[in-house]
Design a protein around this ligand. Sequence first.
Ligand SMILES: *Cc1c(COP(=O)(O)O)cnc(C)c1O
Length: 428
Amino acid sequence: MIFKRSRALFEEARKYIPGGVNSPVRAFKSVGGTPIFIKSAKGAYLTDEDGNKYIDYINSWGPMILGHNHTEVVEAVRKQMQNGFSFGTPTELETEIAKLITSFVPNIDKIRMVNSGTEACMSAIRLARGYTSRNKIIKFEGCYHGHSDSFLIKAGSGAATFGNPNSPGVTNGTAKDTLLARYNDIDSVQSLFENNKNEIAAVILEPIAGNMGCVPPKKDFLKQLKLLCKDNQSLLIFDEVMTGFRAKLGGAQDFFNVQADIVTYGKIIGGGMPVGAFAARKEIMDFLSPEGKVYQAGTLSGNPIAMCAGYTTLSILKSDLDIYDRITQTTKILSTELKAIFESAGIQICINQCTSMLTLFFGISEVSNFDDASKADHDMFNKYFHFLLENGIYLPPSGYETWFISDCIKEDEIDKTLTISKKFISSI
Ligand SMILES: *Cc1c(COP(=O)(O)O)cnc(C)c1O
């Protein structure tokens, strides 16, 4: 496969854009090599600037659950565009999408639209702090909630009870209010609650982790968290930016039957346009301005084109609920077959699969938290990544990421992925 034009475009991009990309993971730093520049996409496939075609297992990091360039969504957006791009006023469409989403999820009454998952999570913790009049939050190592300061925190060393900045530019003052727990380890959360009595505003997590690779919650972990939060008058925040409208129409809350106090959305909610949202029951949402005192705003929030793409995508999902069984089944087949292929070749592998998300972890038998994920053989993943790329299959360019299955990935795409994976094994 020839990547000539992508390489040239990357060189040019690096002159004008830091690292040549507008979001770091796209730069292939983790897997090495140079990123491919995509020109267009349709259904299950991406086409790059050199004319190479790939089966897409990223799907824009989740939003394109229906596959790329879905005819109905394109048509709806085309029509909407003729009315103008942005007004900075209320529109009927915003109420329509709010009604639709709150109808999917029984425990949310109101929803506020923003422009990214980052904004959604940042606003959700401000709301939780305003509502509880407390400052500290608990997050889990390996969970990602966007790049706002409060979340760019790593575990403190040794006896330190608070977090440390994970990026220059994040102040110690901010870091001290974010406490780090271990995913799937309820005791780690319990002890943070004990050591910070009446100080924790909220616990935030990905109900199915996807940003350390796919790591599903252990049985009852979410229910236990819910109880701990209730006992301590803290709010439970589910970051459903990835799992919202993917795990089920009602998200991971619906899938696991655990109700959070605040829920954040992103990715699928915009159908490929830049959208995020956060939602809760009325009594919490009414703390938000202009109703309440917690400030939050956005010039382009609820943008009509973005709302139209999101509304149409969500309506299609609602009208075809079998999609969830279909894509889960596809994902199960893919992970079961891949596991069999690697194991029969004597290669140790752990494949975490939950709904239509999966991740391959080489050289390890179980991954249930960030420590486990970092012990996996990432060099092996990087080789696998490049072999598949060379053979027309586009995986997320890091062993700490989740593959997202779209409704356009069918038997042919699965068969090809299995065949190329077998070739990979013979090549090493
Ligand atoms: C992608 C993601 C975010 C951040 O969303 P952006 O739109 O990239 O700002 C937050 N939380 C989770 C769980 C995500 O997967």
